[in-house]
Design a protein around this ligand. Structure first.
Ligand code: HEM
Length: 461
């Protein structure tokens, strides 16, 4: 089978000067990459505000992310740019503060909670199909719009036990969209140590969106929190209930009201932006790979028949799992992780000064020319065959690795397989002539010009 190779920013033949690199990166950090970025073990850029090291050496990646992770906490530069929205949330904190939050939040993501989440995911997936059925021009539709909607709906239903509808929910959704579109304008200068380059207007708009989101989330959390304090909490089995029941392992104290807002805001962002990105690329890759799509469709029909999908069906959809895994390899939503080196240390024969930034990029590792066979091709069956076994084990990390590994990975996989299977059973996904999405690194890896596909309802649907 000939495998489709999706377009991505053409790497420059040579490393550019700092100024040119900065200029290339103004739209997306991926536009600054050059040929050797995909073959080298370690690269470096020294900017006035920060020393950056890009790491592809798997031994050193493991050291930074896993075995010595305590010496390489999350970069405070990125923390500062997300703080207005997320406050001191688990995504950005470090050390004991992070450990306490992680211990308190773990129970909300245990298997039992995933079982409770499944019918809510299914409800959101069915609402998605109803919206898609109503499309006026399904032959050329930007699938990112619906993938963002359905994943936001799922996280809303699992946090609050209610569907994302009504004016407040839509205000949160709209404010998040504004926040996301502004994020790269704030985050890249933050990472490069040039926050003074951020336009005050962009900062103001972003802070305004963050205040609005936090205010709306707070108004939803407050009545539940007050009822909980009075011992009048309902019987909801949602994420908010799990967070309110959580206790600090040392002091026995629960999360304060403000901490709840921080964690819920973070979860809303981390829980839908990433999944929406990966599902959007999955649909595009399927539209461009008819044979792979047909095989997956046949499996979905065999497993679901005409019945309502069950959670126990998910494990039988191996083709859909592999499709999603492969989409996460080619388009990892979190394209890079920024870590701060807390103490001067040797790395690959260099002396890394304390305070420098070490970047580990799944975008590069998962397309590294020396690690993968045919790295740019969409080939889901590589997860079944043996030739990429080592790369899958050591260089595949869309959910990160080590102690900061994604807390919602099992949740994300369950929702993604369900959504993709529901779409595949109902529609044939078709390419749109002349449309080629342009991947750009924003908050997650998205397309600069949308991701258009055609949707043709299947006869059996
Ligand atoms: C395909 C979907 C997803 C991908 C690719 C993804 C990826 C990631 C990655 C790479 C990180 C770590 C970043 C770093 O190390 O700097 C992370 C952290 C996190 N993710 Fe996800 N994520 C996804 C979906 C979700 C969902 C659905 C949830 C919640 C429902 C979630 C909750 C979290 C949380 C709470 C953290 C912070 C963990 C910590 O720092 O201890 N994610 N995610």
């Amino acid at each position: 089978m000939r495998h489709f190779c999706p377009a991505y920013p053409k790497p420059h033949p040579e490393k550019a000067s700092k100024l040119r690199m900065f200029w290339h990166a103004r739209r997306s950090w991926m536009d600054a990459l050059f040929e050797r970025s995909y073959t080298m073990q370690m690269g470096e850029v020294h900017l006035p505000g920060v020393d950056l090291y890009m790491l592809n050496d798997l031994k050193e990646v493991k050291r930074v992310m896993q075995s010595e992770a305590q010496h390489f906490p999350k970069s405070h530069l990125l923390h500062a740019s997300l703080e207005p929205l997320l406050g001191e949330s688990i995504f950005t904190t470090n050390g004991e503060q992070w450990q306490r939050q992680r211990t308190m939040m773990n129970p909300a993501f245990e298997q039992a909670r995933l079982n409770v989440a499944f019918p809510r995911m299914l409800g959101a997936a069915q609402a998605m199909l109803e919206r898609l059925d109503q499309l006026e021009a399904p032959q050329s539709y930007d699938i990112e719009v619906e993938m963002t909607h359905v994943t936001a709906d799922i996280i809303f239903r699992t946090i609050f036990s209610q569907a994302m509808q009504g004016p407040d929910a839509h205000r949160i959704f709209a404010a998040f969209a504004r926040y996301q579109s502004l994020a790269p304008k704030l985050m890249l200068p933050a990472l490069f140590g040039t926050r003074w380059l951020v336009m005050p207007w962009h900062r103001w708009q972003s802070n305004k969106a963050a205040r609005e989101i936090r205010g709306l989330l707070h108004s939803m959390i407050k009545p539940r929190y007050e009822a909980h304090l009075k011992g009048e909490g309902g019987a909801q089995e949602d994420i908010l209930a799990a967070f309110m029941q959580a206790k600090d392992p040392q002091t026995g104290q629960p999360f304060s009201e403000e901490e709840l807002v921080n964690q819920v805001a973070m979860l809303f962002l981390a829980g839908h932006e990433t999944s929406a990105s990966a599902l959007t690329w999955s649909c595009y890759l399927l539209a461009k790979s008819p044979e792979i799509q047909q095989q997956a469709y046949e499996q979905v029909v065999e497993v679901f028949g005409n019945n309502t999908p069950q959670q126990s069906d998910m494990k039988s959809l191996s083709r859909v799992w592999n499709i999603f895994r492969e989409a996460l390899r080619l388009f990892p939503p979190v394209g890079f992780f920024a870590r701060e080196n807390t103490q001067t240390c040797p790395m690959r024969g260099k002396q890394l000064e304390a305070g420098s930034t070490v970047v580990v990029a799944p975008w590069l590792l998962q397309r590294h020319r020396k690690l993968w066979q045919n790295p740019d091709a969409f080939d889901p069956e590589r997860f079944e065959r043996g030739e990429d076994k080592d790369a899958i084990k050591h260089a595949y990390m869309p959910f990160s690795m080590g102690p900061r590994v994604c807390l919602g990975a099992a949740f994300a996989l369950q929702e993604a397989v369900l959504i993709l299977a529901c779409i595949l059973r109902r529609y044939e996904l078709l390419p749109v002539d002349g449309h080629e999405p342009q991947p750009v690194g924003r908050l997650t890896i998205r397309s600069a010009n949308g991701v258009r596909i055609g949707l043709r309802k299947r006869d059996a649907a």
